[in-house]
Design a protein around this ligand. Structure first.
Ligand code: VGL
Ligand code: ZN
Length: 212
């Protein structure tokens, strides 16, 4: 995976020794971030290589659905005048406007009908990169008895990073799906730095082959 440096790889490999395999069970949930048309090739804010992770995420979905474990789908869901848009003085082109085609989940992502949808960025004045900015999210996790979150999706350096930070600060265990994330990389190292930060703060890096 091109976005990792040798140092990142060795960091993850050293961690992997204690987590060669990871067994799914009660209390685990899959959390998929922002697999929406606007973040994919041809979209308003396409994340480089974003579509490459969709087949991988579909396999994670299979693993969780098979065990009847909950799957949460986070979506960026902005009002038309959201503060993060360039027209409002923000950093991003207009993207993921609620109910637009660009805000729809990719048709290639095989979400189960039971998937729980978490909208974020719905406030005009709030950036809302983390899924936890949706007040009901934590409640839904607690109602479902979730204690460990397996997190993948887009973008490594924004939603994934901020959701992982908040999950760790709320004392959830966090498993980072390193083969199912991609970064925007406004600055060249943003994705790498984000991965390092998440791991240093306690997220456990895994890949699909390690799930059993
Ligand atoms: C995101 C850029 C703009 C994200 C949202 O959630 O990763 N990134 N809006
Ligand atoms: Zn956004």
């Amino acid at each position: 995976m091109t976005q990792f440096t040798e140092r990142d790889e060795s960091l993850m490999t050293s961690k992997r020794k204690s987590t060669d395999q990871i067994e799914l069970g009660k209390g685990d949930a899959l959390l998929i971030s922002d697999i929406q048309n606007d973040f994919l090739s041809g979209g308003r804010l396409a994340v480089p290589e974003g579509e490459q992770i969709i087949p991988v995420l579909n396999r994670y979905i299979g693993q969780f659905s098979h065990r009847q474990l909950p799957v949460f789908a986070i979506r960026d869901w902005h009002p038309a005048n959201h503060c993060s848009f360039i027209q409002q003085g923000g950093p991003w082109p207009e993207h993921c406007v609620a109910d637009s085609k660009g805000a729809e989940f990719s048709a290639d992502l095989h979400l189960p009908v039971s998937a729980l949808v978490i909208s974020k960025g719905t406030d005009v004045e709030q950036d809302g990169y983390s899924g936890f900015t949706n007040r009901t999210f934590k409640e839904q996790l607690d109602n479902a008895g979730v204690r460990r979150l397996f997190i993948g999706g887009l973008a490594t350096d924004y939603c994934v990073l901020n959701t992982v930070r908040d999950a760790l600060s709320h004392h959830y265990k966090v498993v980072l799906l390193t083969d199912a994330i991609r970064a925007i990389n406004v600055r060249r190292q943003d994705g790498e730095n984000a991965i390092n930060e998440m791991i240093q703060h306690g997220a456990i890096p895994v890949t699909l082959a390690m799930i059993k």
